[in-house]
Write a protein that binds this ligand. Structure first.
Ligand SMILES: NC(=[NH2+])NCCC[C@H](N)C(=O)O
Length: 404
C-alpha cells in the first residue's frame, strides 16, 4: 500500500510518520492524589498539578510543531456525551458499581443524567466525593467520610497508551489489570463506539477479555507485534490478541516477551521502544536477558516456538539481519537503572529516526543522538511521578504506513 492510499486511521509500526495521536491533558484527577492514596492509584508521589500541565502542554506543542494532529480524550468524550445512547451507557455503568448499593447507585444515575456533557466528562475522569455529590438517603452514603469517593478518580488517564491500542486498521479497547485503572476503558470504549470519527473502525478486543494493556504492545514492523507478558498482560491475553489479529490478517507474527512482574518494568515499553525501522532503545540488562515465544497462525490454531533471545527472534520476524540497539549505559549500571526508572527507554517516535524523550535522561538521550537519532526533549519532572514517558502518554491513531 502506498503512503497516499493508506487508511485515514491505523498503525502498522512504531515509527511511521505520526499523523494523529490521542492524549489526555492531566487535570483535576491529579488533585485527588494524597500521600495516603497515591500508591493504590499507581503514582510514586504527589505531583504539582499546574507544572504537570505545563509539561504536558509542552509535549503537545512538540507534536503540533511536527505536524501531528493532537486529539484530546476528554474532548472526544464530551462530544460523545451529547448522544443519549452514550450518556446512558456511562451512567448505567458507573451506577452499577456494587460498592454503591442500590439506593446510592440509583441516586447517582439520576445525578449524572442531569449533568451537561462537559461536566459529566470531567466527573467521569476526576471522580466525585461524597461532599460534592450532596445528600443521599442511603446507608452507604451515611457511613462514608466527606472526602471519600462515590466515583473514584482516574489519575492514570493521561497514560492513553494503555487503555486502547491500534493494530493495523483496527482498534483494541484493552482489558486493564490494575483495579485503579479498570474504569478507563469505559471511557475509551465510549469514544471508539460512539464517536462519529471512529464509527467505521473495526474493534478488536474488549475489556471483559483477558488482561492486555497497550503499553505491552509494540508494533515492531508491519505484520509483526511484540507483546510483553508480566504485571499487566497475561499469556492468555496475548493468545487471544494473536488469534484476533491473525484472523484479521494484519499480523503474521506475534512475539510474546516475558518481562519481570515489577513496578519498574510494568510494561514492555518501559524496557524498550523502537526509534527507527530496525533500531531500538533498550535497557542494557534487558537486551541480554529478554526472551520471547514466536507465535504464528497455523490453520485455525496457533503455532508456538521458543523461547529464544528476543532480539534475534525480532530480527527474524522483521526480516532484517539484526536489530541495532541503543542502550541505557552498558557499563554504568546505576545510571542505566535510574534512567530506565525515569522512562529513558519510553520514547515516542514521530518518524523513523526522530523521537520524543524526557530531557532528564541525559545519558540515554546522548547515546541516541550519537547514534544519529534526532531527540526532541520535553520536561517531565512532575509527569514522571506517574511512571510513564512520552510513549505511555500517547495513543497513536494514525501513522503513515511502513509497508511498501
Ligand atoms: N505504557 C506505560 N508504560 N504506561 C505507564 C503507566 C503508568 C501508570 N501509573 C500505571 O502504573 O499503570
Amino acid at each position: 500500500m502506498s503512503a497516499d492510499a493508506a487508511p485515514a486511521y491505523g498503525v502498522d509500526s512504531e515509527v511511521g510518520r505520526l499523523r494523529s495521536v490521542m492524549l489526555h491533558r492531566p487535570g483535576g484527577e491529579l488533585r485527588r492524589l494524597t500521600p495516603r492514596n497515591n500508591g493504590a492509584l499507581l503514582f510514586d508521589g504527589v505531583p504539582w498539578v499546574e507544572r504537570a500541565q505545563e509539561e504536558h502542554d509542552r509535549f503537545a506543542a512538540v507534536l503540533l510543531e511536527h505536524g501531528v494532529e493532537v486529539l484530546y480524550l476528554s474532548a472526544l468524550l464530551r462530544e460523545c456525551l451529547e448522544f443519549d445512547e452514550a450518556r446512558e451507557a456511562v451512567t448505567v455503568g458507573v451506577a452499577a458499581d456494587p460498592r454503591l448499593g442500590q439506593t446510592l447507585g440509583r441516586e447517582l444515575a439520576a445525578y449524572l443524567s442531569g449533568l451537561e456533557p462537559e461536566r459529566l466528562a470531567a466527573v467521569l475522569i476526576e471522580g466525585l466525593t461524597k461532599e460534592e455529590f450532596g445528600p443521599s438517603s442511603s446507608l452507604r452514603h451515611r457511613m462514608m467520610r466527606a472526602t471519600e469517593f462515590v466515583i473514584d478518580p482516574l489519575p492514570n488517564t493521561m497514560f492513553t497508551r494503555d487503555s486502547s491500542v491500534w493494530i493495523g486498521d483496527a482498534v483494541a479497547v484493552t482489558s486493564l489489570a490494575m483495579p485503579a485503572r479498570r474504569r478507563e476503558t469505559t471511557l475509551t470504549g465510549i469514544v471508539y463506539h460512539h464517536h462519529p470519527r471512529f464509527a467505521d473502525v473495526p474493534k478488536l478486543y474488549d475489556p471483559s477479555l483477558e488482561h492486555l494493556e497497550g503499553g505491552d504492545v509494540l508494533a515492531l514492523a508491519p505484520g509483526v507485534l511484540a507483546v510483553g507478558v508480566g504485571e499487566r498482560t497475561t499469556p492468555a491475553g496475548v493468545e487471544r490478541l494473536a488469534r484476533k489479529v491473525f484472523e484479521r490478517g494484519t499480523i503474521r507474527t506475534v512475539l510474546a516477551v516475558p518481562i519481570a512482574q515489577r513496578r519498574a518494568t510494568m510494561h514492555l515499553d518501559t524496557v524498550c521502544t523502537m526509534v527507527d525501522r530496525d533500531r531500538m532503545v533498550i535497557y542494557a540488562p534487558a537486551a541480554q536477558r529478554l526472551e520471547s515465544y514466536t507465535i504464528t497462525p497455523d490453520g485455525d490454531r496457533i503455532a508456538i516456538e521458543g523461547p529464544r533471545r528476543f532480539l534475534d527472534a525480532a530480527a527474524d520476524a522483521i526480516g532484517v539481519e539484526r536489530i541495532e540497539i541503543v542502550h541505557t549505559g552498558e557499563r554504568d549500571v546505576v545510571t542505566a537503572e535510574r534512567e530506565q526508572w525515569d522512562d529513558g527507554n519510553n520514547t515516542l517516535a514521530l518518524s523513523p529516526g526522530v523521537a520524543v524523550a524526557y530531557e532528564r535522561n541525559t545519558v540515554t538521550n546522548g547515546r541516541l543522538e550519537r547514534a544519529g537519532i534526532k531527540v526532541l526533549t520535553i520536561p517531565g519532572s512532575e509527569l514522571g511521578s506517574g511512571r510513564g514517558g512520552p510513549r505511555c502518554m500517547s495513543c497513536p491513531t494514525s501513522r503513515e504506513t511502513l509497508a511498501n
